[in-house]
Design a protein around this ligand. Structure first.
Ligand code: AKB
Length: 333
């Protein structure tokens, strides 16, 4: 019996996972199989939702046996702050889990004699850019200081290795079985979902507190802290665009993308345009502050523009006027 052709999305209940499934189910007719540790809140957009761990060898073997996978969106990960509390579990999930998914992709590619596209969400956390005020490109400051950043950088290198060199000394050497495509995400702000376990969570948390008409938000980083950010619709659009770009045009496996880099106080000032009484207080967590200070203020996105013509749709002003506020106000009506 032939296996069902599917695309596989791991970490499907996460922020990106939720938004990506809604987007892909509208954009493509492909069967989506979602995988997460928890049951799906809504299974109406997927062919099947699997509850389980990417570390479960039997489950991964069953997926390999039951389905023919054309694309894997490997979103399952432990984010930066949560990883600092549990670095050994973080390494298992972020590294061993990714290796298991790469192994699955290669097994599938060999059985179909056709490359499997593999999307890997990396992060600005790969950078150790303390004190760098310049816009960092993909080759600079690769000196992560967090376990999450180290995991992400290593997985980027694994993706590059398995795409080019898997079994290069063997008779079955066949480069390109794994079509590894990765984006180093900045902080992402979504109006429909809230992050958990990350270090760039302070801006989405501030926005959602204002949206819930709370009086104030207490920031764990100081007012001048600055990181690259983008809105969720741009992040999802970028994943879709990269995964549908022609392989030949892609000169690299890893790409920076970003849209705006407001400081905490600048973002608060924007919020005051719509919630004039909303306050921000500060209770700085020095450790999380040092993680934020180690990440670049800005990243250079020339590669993504050149290879797959990526540009954000939203800047800071249109993010507020056309995305954040219309939704936050509408849910209050
Ligand atoms: C985190 O803060 O852990 C993530 C990221 C920037 O990769 N949002």
């Amino acid at each position: 019996m032939s296996r069902k052709e599917i695309i596989l999305i791991t970490g499907s209940n996460g922020e990106i996972g939720n938004n990506l499934i809604n987007f892909l189910s509208r954009k493509t007719s492909q069967n989506i199989v979602s995988l997460d540790l928890q049951p799906a809140k809504d299974e109406s957009h997927v062919y099947k939702h699997l509850v389980g761990s990417i570390l479960d060898t039997q489950l991964v073997n069953d997926i390999n046996a039951e389905f023919e996978i054309s694309e894997i969106y490997h979103l399952a990960a432990m984010l930066s702050t949560k990883s600092e509390y549990a670095p050994f579990s973080a390494n298992q999930v972020n590294v061993d889990g990714t290796l298991k998914m790469i192994d699955l992709a290669i097994k599938q590619a060999i059985s179909k004699n056709k490359a499997v596209k593999f999307f890997f969400p990396s992060s600005i956390a790969v950078y150790g850019a303390s004190g760098t005020k310049n816009s960092v490109n993909e080759l600079e400051c690769l000196n992560p200081k967090t376990i999450y950043g180290m995991n992400k950088l290593y997985c980027e290198q694994l993706g590059d290795y398995f795409s080019k060199n898997y079994h290069r000394l063997g008779k079955d050497y066949q480069p390109g079985l794994l079509d590894f495509r990765s984006i180093r995400f900045p902080g992402i702000i979504s109006v429909t979902t809230q992050p958990s376990g990350g270090t760039s969570d302070y801006l989405p948390d501030m926005l959602h507190a204002a949206g819930r008409l709370e009086k104030k938000y207490i920031s764990f980083v100081h007012a001048k802290s600055r990181l690259p950010f983008m809105v969720m619709p741009d992040a999802i659009e970028a994943i879709f665009k990269l995964m549908n770009a022609q392989r030949d045009y892609l000169k690299h496996h890893v790409y920076n993308i970003s849209a705006f880099s407001p400081s905490v106080e600048e973002f608060h000032t924007k919020i005051l345009d719509f919630y004039p009484n909303f306050e921000v207080d500060y209770n700085v967590n020095e450790q999380r502050q040092s993680m934020v200070d180690g990440w670049p203020d800005e990243v250079c996105c020339k590669r993504a523009l050149h290879d797959w013509n990526w540009q954000p749709i939203y800047d800071l002003n249109s993010a507020f006027a056309e995305y954040f506020i219309p939704f936050l106000k509408s849910v209050r009506i």
